[in-house]
Design a protein around this ligand. Structure first.
Ligand SMILES: [Zn+2]
Length: 225
């Protein structure tokens, strides 16, 4: 029994060495109100856990059970910085604005959790070798946030928006409609984005052009496209 447990432990340690992702959190804004609020109301340990839970959720949403289908990322780093805006991600590094943390009225822990699900999606999603529309990239990131139940109340309602690739909440709601037509649509779309982008991906996956899908989506909610 003990021997078995030891072997299992060795197996887990081995797995860790091969596949695990490391997460780091650095608060560079402790000399500001927002940095202090981040420390007191969110905390570095919770933030690190959230980077991990978001990663697991994204792999699940993208149906990437096999590591070969995922991007090769060893470390995701989060920085709390004294910067404008909300947050941005580049090179597997997420930067959250301490000024935004300071000014947010409401449950800042829940809000930043949602922001992190969006930003961690940028780390893992494929972008069609840079060819995918920016609105689609942002829409997929907000789609993940939506499916994780961290959509803020100020988002557009289903059926709202002017065009399918408007981005963010508008595109997230549209992608959710597309996924309702064929479960796993967003996962398949993301996997197609591994090697490039073609607007015909929508036809290939759903049998209709994206413009037709957008019209159908608007009509479903009584709106005109
Ligand atoms: Zn984004």
């Amino acid at each position: 029994m003990v021997v078995h447990a030891l072997f299992f432990l060795a197996f887990l340690v081995g797995m860790h060495g091969t596949h695990a992702v490391d997460y780091t959190v650095t608060n560079n804004a402790l000399n500001t109100d927002g940095g202090v609020r981040f420390r007191d109301e969110i905390g570095e340990q919770y933030a690190r856990q959230t980077l991990d839970s978001a990663t697991q959720f994204i792999w699940g949403t993208f149906q990437q059970n096999n590591p070969d289908t995922r991007k090769n990322v060893n470390t995701i780093s989060l920085f709390v910085d004294d910067i404008d805006g909300v947050a941005y991600t580049s090179n597997d590094q997420i930067h959250v604005s301490a000024r935004y943390v300071k000014s947010y009225s409401g449950n800042v822990k829940t809000e930043i959790t949602g922001v992190l699900y969006h930003e961690v999606t940028h780390v893992w999603q494929w972008n069609g070798n840079g060819q995918a529309p920016g609105g689609l990239i942002e829409g997929i990131a907000d789609y993940v946030r939506l499916k994780a139940n961290y959509a803020p109340s100020h988002w557009v309602k289903p059926g709202q928006g002017q065009k399918w690739d408007q981005g963010y909440d508008v595109t997230a709601r549209f992608l959710d409609y597309c996924d309702s037509l064929k479960s796993g649509f967003v996962a398949e779309l993301n996997n197609k984005l591994r090697s490039g982008y073609d607007v015909q991906f929508f036809v290939q996956l759903l049998g209709k052009t994206v413009d037709q899908l957008w019209q159908d989506y608007k009509a479903k909610y009584g709106n005109i496209a």
